[in-house]
Write a protein that binds this ligand. Sequence first.
Ligand code: CP
Ligand code: NVA
Length: 306
Amino acid sequence: MSVRHFRNLLDLTPSELQAIIARASELKQMQHRGEIYRPFVGRTLGMIFEKSSTRTRISFEAGMGQFGGQAIFLSPKDTQLGRGEPIEDSAKVISSMVDIIMIRTFEHKKLELFCENSSVPVINALTDDFHPCQLLADMQTFHEHRGSIKDKIVTWVGDGNNMCASYILAAHQFGFHLRVTAPYGFEPNPELIEEYSHCVSYVEDPQEAARGAHLIATDVWASMGQESEQMTRARRFAPYQVSPAMLDKAEPDVLFMHCLPAHRGEEISFDLLNDPRSVVWDEAENRLHAQKALMEFLLKDKIKLD
Ligand code: CP
Ligand code: NVA
């Protein structure tokens, strides 16, 4: 059987995605009850990070530890990856020694090349194009607070970046309608909008885009690798700041999400994370549970599930 990877949300079927988020909530309850569950004893996760991380690193590393396995942190600074060893060679070697791999890198193509040469499952832990692990946590969080997201209205405010592209694929896979509102020149890839036009629309005015939404989500104005554009972006994105006043335009039970790290006074107002409609801390915690469920799914043929 060929190896399953998680490059973006299209690598799993809608029912597999639903099963993973349901399992994530189950694993969360087990963790909160203090239950010990170690299906990964003797298993190893390789973690390749070419960009910074707090949530992703801790959730994968802690999750692997809770499952009884171990995780190895690999940075380009102290591996041959940073000294030009070809991706293909690195993928062959690393995958011959570990059971599962996660990668956070720049070009999505690099991740795809790694997957083509890996003999074990590879998880996208963020590329310039997609951040699918975050969407598992976001979908789990919505489900835990409000039930099914099917047929709901979700508004993406701000940069048409890797998170926005992941929301577009999530709209298709989870059956919600996504409204995207972004400044001119910062919209998501037009090909994605066109391909998913059955579940995605573009709304120019951010306040109008918030009207009637069940979930509003945003992200930083300048992603990792775009630090030099910060000043220009700050001017262009100013009308796209999410605030409690913007949430007031949405449905009364609207939720607010942000993958974090957040910048108060930029993409969110200073008071937004204290608003009861914000669920960002649950969303961050759910990275742990969602990725444990994902790893369990990808290694299910190798491990004994009790
Ligand atoms: N949301 C997210 O991926 O956070 P980190 O960059 O801290 O991993
Ligand atoms: N869009 C952001 C997400 C960080 C978790 C970035 O790529 O830097």
